[in-house]
Design a protein. Structure first.
Lengths: 478, 478
């Protein structure tokens, strides 16, 4: 890692102030590891400006010196995009202002470094809802969630981050500060350029601020847990419930029995929701406007689902505490997996009609590869998105299982791709899925991405380690 | 208008087939006028391919010969973007297949030439809702609605066209056919390049197919009409109703008394909804899931609004026929205006908090300009979008009023811009608002648009008459 020029550091110090520039290794260390512990980074300098203007000036300085930058929000990304490998690390952690809230218009304007949890709290003070929830929401930032087009459990009802952004403030790779912070729901005045910076993982610019949509809190929340025989029944149940409740379904999560067993084992005071055991479970949360008729409507819909044999059994949570306990079972699956051995994880989405057959076919193929693999499958079935996580067979050495990672992941992603699914439903590409970009994206699409990158960041200074670079290059060479 | 090269016409005929190529002036005429009668076009050739593949080959041919193209859907655009001025006219009118519908996944795949009405009918066959409704929906096409990011009355609940598109099939300016027809709700595999082709008015490529989101039909529809003293009460009422009904409000439309008078005069058997006369009215449509408690909830919310003096009076439609009659009052305002003289029209959006003061200030300024101007104001208040249409004073010569168009429009748009609003909420730019792009868009944003255009269409063949070209050019010269 080459030394940074002295005059660069001096000018950086002038722009960032004494607190805005860090170079001591012990202080840098937390920013250089991520929580899956798969990647470890290095950087000559952490820049943490305390204003959008300072951030813009700093990026401009880097552009002058042609020094590459890795932007970082809350360091909760799951695909390694935020971990520098020698680039300057640019953190938004000091951009923490909740700038404005307009309760009547239902809009919220924040700095990019505001966490998802802080945004939700600011909305809740006015009895409004900022609906993007991630397990990492205490650390994950709005800017990071925009850069990765984060999803979570609320997408079914409220959409991805892209659907929640009304306007952005962005620092472009050349250091220009673009104020596109509109709060308008309707504005067709030329190309919607903010779309470029959503889901592009910091490769086209750095988001420094955003105007977000808020929603009314549904007056009544009802949570149910149901047991099912087969995954296709979950798809039927979703259609059935949508026919009654429309967009009032706030969450629709699938949980495999294996996943439930893991989390029951992990959380010692958790209890199985139903007496009966079934191969599959769904957790459904309804957000209804009528507290009086709500429970009856849900009960009636479940009875109908029972009659049609979509579900074997179900319970309605009778209190907020019961509802939270059910949700906790779903929320703690990831943590429960960690203690059980090595895992090969996938974040896939599929057309709903393809899910059941995919699960069958994939299970057979993986059983052949590594007999005894434990299938920890759970996720946002409402959006067709499953966390398809494979736990090592009991008794197999972790390294032996992980040695098969590439083979197994190719099998899974090939099956997904053949069924018009996605190999990265919500986590993004980062450095983790560069190979998949080559393998699965069409040449036309890769060429379009490459041309956008070339247009906005011709010097390739923004997050240069990320996917599209080598992907497009290799595709061209093929 | 130069003659087209003979070998071009020959190759075009081979690609398009005999029915796919029209050059006779009488046959071309309907495609060269638009319904506001403001622009009249000319073209040497209408190409109407019957497949995406043929369309791609034709665009490729045009690219080879460097011949510019104006794409056209249903010819219902309101800003002149679809009217060629010497370019080849490329119509999607023969791309009319409803390709597939998946009722459980709630997705619909169509050719770009399918009309909004046909899409809605295809969805309704499975008791599902395609929610984008425009008055022109019998002619307006899905492709055109995508190119213009169309809105309409349903945006409050269901979003703009951008929110309804899951995937696109697009012919790029060089003739490549990109199949991006995903039906996935969640897919974070690189840049979301389909966003480029939504709302870019045919300047970056031609949409030939789309996968769209469908919704459950709300079981119960309740329509109300309320009379109000002041526009700020409408904003209060919206917040009040959202607090009770959340996203179950399907439409929230503002209608000025002047607009109502015009439409009552125009539709001879229409009746005033309320006994009392008020300066403002709102029409609200609720889509509720509970047929039993719905009417009571609405009634109760209206009573509360009365108590708080947000509204003076209100009625609930007691039948579908009554509801349709109320909606017809709103839907026929545009037609009612036409017979009353010359009009200067604006399609604006504003932050909700700014609307009341804007209406006051703008009225005063325009009264100074043209005393006696009639203010025909109506529109999608829920989204902050108003059709701010000024009818000539009674007795003034039409041309005298229209001679003030530029002055008046500058006044209106300057006021809107100063309040962080938009000069084109839903209609787009076309050739009508090229001057506004110069006047109101930031240089950074124009430069970004220009660079996108340069990247995707370096030969400037796609819709070259449109806004960004001269806008960016002039801005640079300033």
């Amino acid at each position: 890692m080459a030394e940074l020029p002295t005059n660069f550091i001096q000018q950086a110090r002038d722009i960032l102030g004494p607190k805005g520039l860090v170079q001591e290794p012990e202080q840098l260390a937390p920013f250089l590891t991520e929580w899956r512990d798969r990647w470890h980074g290095s950087t000559p300098l952490l820049a943490q400006p305390d204003s959008s203007q300072a951030l813009a000036e700093f990026v401009s300085l880097c552009a002058q010196f042609k020094l590459p930058i890795t932007p970082q929000g809350g360091n909760t990304g799951l695909v390694g995009g935020q971990v520098p490998q020698g680039e300057i690390l640019l953190s938004t952690r000091r951009l923490t202002k909740v700038r404005a809230i307009d309760p009547k218009a239902m809009t919220l304007q924040v700095d990019a470094g505001v966490t998802l949890q802080q945004a939700a709290e600011a909305a809740a003070e006015h009895d409004l809802l900022f609906p993007l929830e991630l397990a990492s929401g205490g650390s994950a930032t709005i800017g990071g969630a925009i850069a990765t087009n984060a999803g979570g459990m609320g997408v079914l009802r409220y959409g991805n981050m892209r659907d929640l952004v009304l306007g952005l403030e962005v620092v472009l790779p050349d250091g220009q500060l673009w104020d596109g912070l509109s709060s308008l729901r309707k504005d067709n005045t030329g190309y919607d350029v903010k779309q470029l910076f959503i889901g592009s993982e910091g490769t086209l610019g750095v988001v420094t601020g955003a105007t977000l949509r808020l929603f009314a809190r549904p007056p009544t929340q009802i949570t149910i847990w149901a047991g099912l025989e087969r995954p296709e029944h979950a798809v039927e149940l979703l259609a059935h419930l949508r026919g009654v409740f429309g967009e009032q379904i706030s969450k629709f999560e699938l949980i495999s029995e294996t996943s439930l067993e893991l989390v029951l084992d992990h959380m010692h005071d958790a209890r199985r929701p139903l007496q009966s055991q079934t191969p599959w479970h769904v957790l459904v949360e309804f957000g209804l406007s009528d507290p009086h008729s709500g429970p009856d409507q849900v009960f009636s819909a479940l009875e109908s689902a029972l009659d049609q044999q979509m579900i074997n059994d179900a319970i309605l949570a009778k209190s907020q505490a019961e509802a939270s306990a059910l949700l906790a079972l779903r929320e703690n699956i990831s943590a429960a997996q960690k203690s059980k051995g090595a895992a090969i994880k996938h974040d896939i989405s599929l057309p709903l009609a393809a899910i059941a057959e995919f699960l069958q076919t994939a299970a057979e193929a993986i059983e052949q590869q590594a007999p005894g693999t434990r299938f920890c499958i759970f996720g946002h079935l409402g959006d067709g998105n499953l966390h398809y996580n494979l736990l090592q067979p009991v008794g197999m050495a972790a390294q032996e299982f992980l040695a098969r990672r590439e083979t197994i992941t190719d099998i899974v992603h090939d099956l997904v791709h053949a069924r018009s699914g996605s190999f990265s439903a919500e986590h993004g590409i980062g450095i983790a899925k560069i190979g998949e970009m080559q393998r699965y994206k069409s040449p036309i699409e890769l060429a379009l991405m490459q041309s956008l990158k070339q247009t906005l960041d011709p010097d390739h200074l923004m997050n240069p380690r990320l996917w599209f670079e080598s992907a497009a290059q290799d595709k061209k060479d093929v």
